[in-house]
Design a protein around this ligand. Structure first.
Ligand code: GYE
Length: 369
């Protein structure tokens, strides 16, 4: 039995401040509140074999929707680095299904920026109706976004942000990564209640807005606590293996730490393995506080078990927002320049917090991903 109240998605219109919050800059980025639909999308069904030459794509053959022609959508996905990503991919494939009237060209870019750029170029050459990009890194997008705009293809920047001028794409949607980092920091300050913190950070992939934002947000709170020290901060690439490797090297270099911040759940699993092997205790009954991000089902199980003390959610079920944008554009309506996917934080049983929900079996049962 699934209960649905946790992690409810909400769509709100953008403010310039929110946009800044989701990017990697501390300066608010000026952005128009609304964008006019880009040049009309032509609804040509792309043949199944029009995959970018060098990257594997899965293309679903679509049945035209009762109301009209098949809508072709290209999705340049980051890769398959985490449970969060797997849930996000499945959500896009389920939403942009043949049954729903779409032909989805899905490309797993395997965390390679150059492959992702070429994938988008392939989508432009195929003259797809819409392009969704979950940017591996936030930098380096201007040229290909300009190419898509010149071709009249609306681009949706999804999940992570780009640091390109917002006029180069149609819309962006995702979680507020800076706010997530701040939530983690605020919770820690509340929990420590004045105690010292010696902190190790296992960051996500280098240059990703999820990494930059969570780091920036957490550091904003570190700056407010003079008895907190960040001993080290290294990338674990959002993978379990990466988290384990970084934690093993931290354990060799540092003997006195009481907080480990993992920028996603998979890294936390690797970090726990490394601490188990070294005989370091963690969790509500241990010596080290683990903070994680994503709040996937397994991450929340560890939170319920008191091993991860605080887990800050990022909801991967975002395809419905992308579809909402596409439907509006199809209808010739204007769309918001930015859609926030809301999230919340969870803490282990026995902890109450102004910043987080206390974990329970009921919450876990409501977590489908
Ligand atoms: O936290 C991580 C994934 O961009 C929000 O990417 C996403 C992050 C997520 O690999 O697990």
């Amino acid at each position: 039995m699934k209960k649905k109240l946790v992690g409810a998605l909400m769509c709100v219109a953008m403010t310039a401040t929110m946009l800044a919050g989701c990017g990697n800059s501390s300066e608010p980025t000026a952005a128009p509140a609304e964008t006019t639909p880009a040049a009309p999308a032509e609804t040509q069904a792309a043949p199944a074999e029009t995959t970018p030459a060098e990257v594997p794509a899965e293309t679903q053959t679509a049945e035209p929707a009762a109301s009209g022609e098949v809508i072709t959508v290209g999705f340049a996905q980051v890769g398959h680095e985490s449970d969060w990503r797997a849930a996000n991919t499945k959500n896009y494939q389920d939403t942009f299904s043949a049954e729903n009237g779409y032909e989805l060209s899905f490309v797993d870019c395997d965390n390679d920026h150059a492959v992702q750029i070429e994938t988008v170029r392939g989508f432009i050459e195929q003259e797809l109706d819409y392009i969704c990009i979950a940017p591996i890194q936030s930098a380096g997008w201007d040229t290909v976004l300009q190419e898509a705009q010149d071709a009249g293809i609306p681009v949706l920047i999804v999940d992570r942000a780009v640091d390109a001028d917002p006029s180069l794409y149609t819309t962006a949607l995702g979680c507020d990564m800076v706010a997530e980092g701040e939530a983690a920091g605020n919770w820690l300050a509340e929990y420590l209640n004045g105690e010292d913190a010696n902190i190790l950070v296992i960051e996500g992939s280098v240059g990703a807005s999820a990494t930059l934002g969570r780091t920036e947000g957490f550091n904003n709170i570190v700056a407010q606590n003079s008895n907190w020290t960040v001993l080290d901060s290294q990338s674990g690439d959002f993978t379990q293996a990466g988290g384990q490797e970084v934690m093993e090297s931290f354990i060799k270099s540092y003997s006195d730490f009481n907080v480990v911040v993992c920028q996603n759940d998979n890294e936390a699993y690797g970090a726990m393995d490394a601490m188990d092997a070294a005989g370091i205790t963690y969790g509500v009954d241990g010596d080290v506080i683990i903070i994680s991000f994503d709040a996937t089902h397994d991450g929340l199980q560890y939170t319920l078990d008191g091993k991860i003390t605080c887990n800050v959610e990022c909801n991967p079920l975002q395809a419905g927002f992308a579809e909402g944008v596409i439907k509006k554009l199809e209808a010739g309506e204007t769309v918001d320049a930015w859609t926030l996917v809301e999230d919340e934080a969870f803490v282990a049983p026995g902890i109450t917090s102004d910043y987080a929900v206390t974990m329970s079996q009921e919450v876990l049962d409501g977590r489908a991903y």
